[in-house]
Write a protein that binds this ligand. Structure first.
Ligand code: NA7
Length: 536
């Protein structure tokens, strides 16, 4: 049997983005034999692939960074409040070097298959380059937003110009000088790339299906005094951060007041104050923005007023005004003057709700009976989020279970960390966990800690396998849904609901309980001997 020759690991980690690297670091500390394989020729995951102009994190970098090593967080210096993709990729590489992770990372090594072997209670995995491993545990650190989604426009293959997807951006620089550029998609990626394209291109035509709510970041060079004050007590800052529902923003916690309980002038003043802070802090102007439709509508109208005050052409401004609850799709945090971009004479907006895309021709896009002549088409159309990557992989659990079949009606899981049918397989920062609604690094560090503690606990007891029990998994799925029901999150077509991918089941995938409540539940499960799991 050729698999007998394969190297035996305690843990095989699939992916060397932030999750995979954090897990590898933790395994080292525990004396586990772990290896990370990464399909890309570089570490960094998201920040390796999403290299379109303007790509940037939407959480402040002093928060969106690892706390796992004090020297690491002291030494690293972010140049801006919200770091750009090149800086984030440099950081990922620095982490790999600083924590000496590279000797256990295999780059350009794509997982071809991973199969559970019942007899030996190990995973047998093979990469496309022929390398093979056996591992007691496997971690799918493959990312929640790693399967780019492209629309199936009729005629797209016939387009005579170049087609670029923001999530699979070319590595050599693209010069847009003098080109007529079309952009489809106005989520975070579209909102970031559009102002950058407008700086170079001859014309930019934005094809918008759903307008985003865009709030200013007020990005800029990192204030040295602020950096020093945080570095003076980084552990304290991290601890305060972990008490926040979103795992960030401890300096601007939500006001515990309802928008419905204050006079209009005061309400306006408070919105303005949070608008000046920038970023997601706006959603915390009142505690019930995300919980009460009426409160939400007031915040939404405030943003629409900002859009109308910024965009000069009233028709364009009207098309840019969203009509669904604010925060229901992830807010877009803007460092480049997104709304102002529409005041430029060579930038135009096509409202696909009025003039849908009919087809793509050799020359461009036909929508509403008009052919828009384009040299380049940029697809900022997002991802088959949270489930797409695992469902595309050849991973087979007990009795040949696949994610494609187990998740066909939505991503079943327990604690967001394991799925029944896949013993000793952990997945991280995806469906059923708080990752999507938090500073993802906080959730990643939590998951890594929980998984490591679980593996150590099993080792001490000589246990061979762990897998969610059926009832516990069903109860968790219900908890995820019930938690979303208490909010405005079901009131729009977001990727959280799979609504951006045609045919995907409409299931609310991430957990919106807030980080502290989630961490507490996970800790309780562990303290009760991994309650709800089947251990063998
Ligand atoms: P998003 O947020 O999913 O945005 C994708 C955008 O593409 C969104 O505006 C979509 O409109 C649009 N889209 C998708 N398919 C089509 C078709 N067929 N026609 C027209 N428009 C389409 O992805 P991003 O990459 O911007 O951001 C993903 C996350 O990464 C973000 O939330 C941050 O967490 C980081 P729709 O809204 O579906 O009508």
């Amino acid at each position: 049997n050729h698999t007998d020759e394969a190297e035996l690991l305690d843990l095989l980690i699939v992916g060397a983005g932030f999750s995979g690297m954090a897990m590898l670091h933790r395994c080292r500390a525990m004396g586990l034999r772990a290896l990370a394989i990464e399909a890309a020729p570089s570490v960094g995951g998201t920040w390796y692939h999403n290299r379109y102009p303007g790509a940037r994190v939407d959480i402040q970098s002093l928060e969106y960074s690892f706390s796992i090593d004090e020297d690491l967080q002291q030494e690293w210096h972010w140049t801006e409040r919200y770091a750009s993709q090149p800086e984030l990729l440099r950081y990922a590489n620095h982490v790999a070097d600083r924590l000496d992770l590279r000797r256990d990372i295999r780059l350009s090594t794509r997982l071809e298959e991973a199969h559970w072997d019942e007899a030996t209670a190990t995973w047998h995995a093979q990469a496309t380059n022929g390398s093979r491993w056996r591992a007691r545990f496997i971690l799918m650190a493959t990312g929640p937003l790693s399967a780019p989604s492209s629309p199936h426009f009729e005629g797209l293959d016939n387009f005579g110009g170049r087609v670029l997807h923001t999530a699979a951006w070319p590595h050599e620089p693209v010069d847009f000088e003098g080109l007529k550029v079309g952009v489809v998609g106005t989520g975070s990626s579209g909102v970031q790339v559009i102002p950058q394209l407008a700086r170079r291109a001859k014309s930019v035509t934005v094809f918008q299906r759903t307008p985003a709510y865009v709030v200013p970041a007020h990005n800029g060079p990192l204030d040295p005094a602020w950096e020093a004050s945080i570095k003076g007590d980084y552990p304290g800052f991290r601890a305060r951060t972990r008490k926040m529902r979103g795992g960030f923003g401890s300096e601007h916690p939500p006001y515990m007041v309802s928008a419905l309980d204050v006079a209009p002038e005061e309400r306006q003043a408070r919105y303005e104050e949070r608008w000046r802070v920038g970023g997601f802090a706006f959603l915390g102007t009142f505690y019930d923005t995300m919980l009460d439709e009426r409160s939400n509508a007031l915040a939404a109208e405030f943003v629409r007023d900002k859009i109308r005050a910024t965009v000069r052409d009233p028709q364009t401004a009207a098309a840019l005004c969203p009509d669904y609850p604010i925060g229901c799709k992830r807010l877009c945090v803007d460092s480049a003057g997104y709304y102002e971009t529409y005041n430029l004479p060579h930038v135009s907006l096509v409202d696909l709700r009025k003039s849908p895309i009919e087809r793509v021709t050799q020359r461009g896009i036909v929508s509403g009976g008009t052919e828009h002549d384009l040299d380049v088409l940029v697809l900022a159309t997002g991802f088959d989020a949270m489930t797409g990557t695992l469902m595309r992989l050849d991973v087979r659990g007990r009795d040949g279970a696949t994610f494609r079949e187990q998740w066909q009606h939505g991503p079943l899981n327990y604690l967001g960390l394991m799925t029944r049918g896949f013993p000793n397989l952990f997945h991280i920062a995806g469906a059923g966990s708080t990752a999507a609604f938090t500073n993802v690094i906080v959730s990643i560090e939590h998951h890594v800690d929980w998984i490591a503690t679980c593996i150590a606990w099993m080792r001490e007891r000589g246990l061979a396998s762990i897998e969610p029990g059926e009832d516990a998994q069903a109860a968790w799925m219900d908890y995820v849904l019930q938690t979303a029901k208490g909010t405005v999150m079901l009131g729009c077509n977001s990727w959280y609901l799979g609504a951006n991918v045609p045919g995907k089941p409409r299931v609310f995938m991430p957990l919106i309980s807030g980080y502290p409540a989630y961490a507490e539940r996970c800790a309780q499960v562990a303290a009760r001997g991994y309650e709800g799991f089947v251990l063998e």
